[in-house]
Design a protein around this ligand. Structure first.
Ligand code: CMP
Length: 482
């Protein structure tokens, strides 16, 4: 409560107390005169005049009793309780105190003024009174007891965000009284939900002290790589205001939709009550990150592609990215420009996700690969455990052993990050060998060296010249070279 409100309340309290005290004083002081006056007015009905005066005295004393209970309530719960326990007393507790206190005082005052009226008998014997009271208080008592069970269970507290019932009222809990739960919605409206209705409905609670998560959805075109999208969105979102740094946001594919790849972003908030603003900020960050990274949002469209599709690589000519990549590979250095373009045209590009298997050990293979973008790891299994033999990056090649010797793959090759490789088949290599017989020799050296690496990492030495010679003739035989 604000200071000004508290001040106003105190003024109202003091003015009412002054009026009630004055009225009580006057009623006691001039009671007999008033009684005589009323008697004269009512034509000599002395007992009725007496009752009216007593009722007036009862009412003013009742008002004073009410004010006394309020003052005691503020003193005990607003001051003593807060000082001793450090937090505000629950509203329900304060209300119960007021009701019980006032009822006791009122009964005492009533029996002082009307000692002959047996209140106990009145309550117990009056069946009609009981029925009326029961019916009138049905809802109130329902709310009251539901309120008590809410206070006892404490499923949520002031400041938590809750969503209640089929109407799905969502807001921040402001207060829990003996009658209702008061929430402030995100449109800044106050919604009161009866305790008894709330007790029957499911309530979704997002506690203030808890790390609550949100889901935000977005879609990209099918041409955008998932690994890149996931990385870009995660990095863009984790720095946003109110996004918790205790848990890294998660981005995952939830569906391959009609118009694009559908993703969900899960992030955790420091202050859940601000989730609307944070959702909006997160979406804004995703938009800008997409713009910078050249990613595209998918929207419901049907795109008709009229494309005469060449084999991948065929569009390549001198100066193309693939030609440049192959020209930079050391074993292809002796090739002429035309031969490199021919090789580029014959190569097929494949993209692998991080962790995907490019080559499996033991499989047959009739092509080799050049790493165009990314990194791969060459692995063998030793004593049931994987051992990394080599890590290859842009411009390195692999898969040449099976291609040139006709033997099964000697190792598994796994993408370490999103990786694009260029696959070159047996036919294209044979054409290259026909015009560059020396290439076979340099390749046989590399293969012999790599074979050594496969066997014993610690004793790796320069390749055995006998093995190279053996390989040379094996490759020549396999490719039918003279
Ligand atoms: P291949 O046997 O066809 O398939 C697995 C590939 O892993 C193999 O060809 C080589 O290209 C590569 N490889 C095997 N051993 C090594 C190594 N020691 N260093 C680098 N690459 C290797």
């Amino acid at each position: 409560m604000r200071r000004s409100q508290r001040k106003n309340r105190l003024i109202v309290f003091l003015v009412t107390a002054a009026f009630a005290s004055l009225a009580l004083y006057l009623l006691f002081k001039f009671g007999p005169q008033l009684r005589t006056l009323l008697e004269a007015q009512m034509g000599g009905l002395a007992s009725q005049a007496e009752t009216i005066v007593k009722v007036l005295q009862l009412v003013s004393l009742g008002i004073l009793a009410y004010l006394l209970v309020r003052a005691l309530n503020s003193f005990i719960f607003g001051l003593v309780f807060r000082l001793r326990s450090g937090f505000e007393a629950p509203t329900l507790m304060r209300n119960v105190f007021s009701i019980v206190g006032f009822t006791v005082l009122f009964l005492l005052i009533f029996s002082y003024f009307f000692p002959l009226v047996n209140l106990g008998a009145l309550f117990t014997t009056s069946a009609i009174f009981g029925v009326i009271l029961g019916l009138a208080l049905q809802d109130t008592l329902g709310n009251f007891f539901a309120g008590i069970s809410l206070q006892a269970d404490r499923p949520f507290q002031v400041g938590d965000v809750i969503t209640v019932g089929s109407q799905r009222h969502t807001g921040v809990v402001q207060e829990i009284t003996w009658r209702a739960i008061k929430i402030r919605t995100f449109q800044n409206h106050i919604v009161l939900i009866n305790n008894s209705s709330a007790a029957k409905e499911p309530i979704e609670v997002c506690p203030r002290e808890n790390l609550n998560a949100r889901l935000v959805y977005f879609s990209t075109l099918y041409t955008d790589s998932p690994a890149k999208t996931i990385h870009v969105v995660r990095e863009a979102v984790r720095e946003a205001d109110n996004v918790s740094d205790r848990i890294t946001p998660i981005v995952r594919i939830r569906n391959m939709g009609d118009s694009g790849v559908e993703y969900e972003l899960k992030y955790w908030l420091n202050d859940y009550a601000k989730y609307n603003d944070t959702d909006a900020l997160v979406r804004q960050r995703i938009w800008y990150a997409f713009r910078r990274a050249g990613l595209n949002f998918a929207f419901p469209t049907r795109t008709l592609h009229l494309e005469r599709k060449p084999r991948p690589g065929l569009a390549e000519g001198p100066g193309g990215a693939i030609t440049d990549r192959l020209a930079a590979v050391d074993i292809f250095a002796p090739l002429s420009a035309e031969e490199t373009v021919m090789l580029a045209k014959a190569s097929v590009s494949h993209v692998f996700a991080p962790g995907e298997l490019v080559i499996r050990v033991g499989d047959p293979g009739s092509s080799m690969f050049v790493v165009h973008n990314g990194r791969v790891s060459v692995q063998v299994t030793e004593n049931g455990r994987p051992r990394t033999v080599a890590t290859l990056s842009e411009g390195d090649f692999f898969g040449e052993m099976a291609l040139f010797t006709g033997e099964p793959r000697t190792a598994s090759v796994i993408a370490l990050e999103e990786t694009e490789v260029l696959e070159i088949g047996h036919e294209a290599m044979k054409r290259v060998f026909d015009t560059n017989p020396d290439l076979v020799e340099s390749l046989s050296h590399i293969i012999a060296e790599r074979r050594q690496g496969l066997v014993a990492r610690t004793e790796a030495s320069s390749a055995d010249s006998d093995e190279s010679a053996g390989l040379l003739s094996a490759i020549r035989r396999f490719f039918g070279l003279g």
